[in-house]
Design a binder for this molecule. Structure first.
Ligand code: CO
Length: 134
């Protein structure tokens, strides 16, 4: 059911410093910061030949990233995103298998303008999983 790894998201306490590390130290292609108010994050995408890295920084007081950074002050891997062909049929299959979908269970529009869902980390070996319909 899951397809390509679309991105790995890393929560970072300093977005400019993290973007500079990927650009200047690792020599990657780093995009501009984008505010995603619906998700409470500012993101920077890093294009790699086979996938992307998504740097996540809190946007606003209610950002879901604030708690993560409180527990992981130097940052850390926040989630992985897998591509699916049909997000509704993927969700229905996962729910049937006993997996928990976060929020109200309906897809939201993600950072690439495509429908996304998040799956409970306790059901996936402690890893928050995002599904994106492509
Ligand atoms: Co993501």
């Amino acid at each position: 059911m899951i397809g390509k790894l679309n991105h790995v998201a890393i929560a970072v306490p300093d977005l400019d410093a993290a973007a500079a590390t990927y650009r200047d130290t690792l020599g990657a292609t780093v995009g501009p910061p984008q505010d995603e108010p619906d998700h409470g994050v500012t993101v920077v995408f890093i294009e790699l030949p086979n996938t992307k890295i998504e740097l996540l920084h809190p946007l606003g007081e209610d950002s879901p990233i604030n708690g993560f950074l409180a527990k992981n002050p130097s940052g850390g891997i926040h989630h992985m995103c897998f591509e699916v062909d049909d997000i509704i049929s993927a969700r229905d299959h996962l729910v049937e298998k006993g997996a928990r979908v976060l929020g109200d269970g309906n897809p939201k529009t993600g950072a690439h303008g495509k429908p996304v869902l998040f799956l409970h980390p306790k059901d996936f070996n402690g890893t928050l999983i995002e599904l994106e319909e492509v």
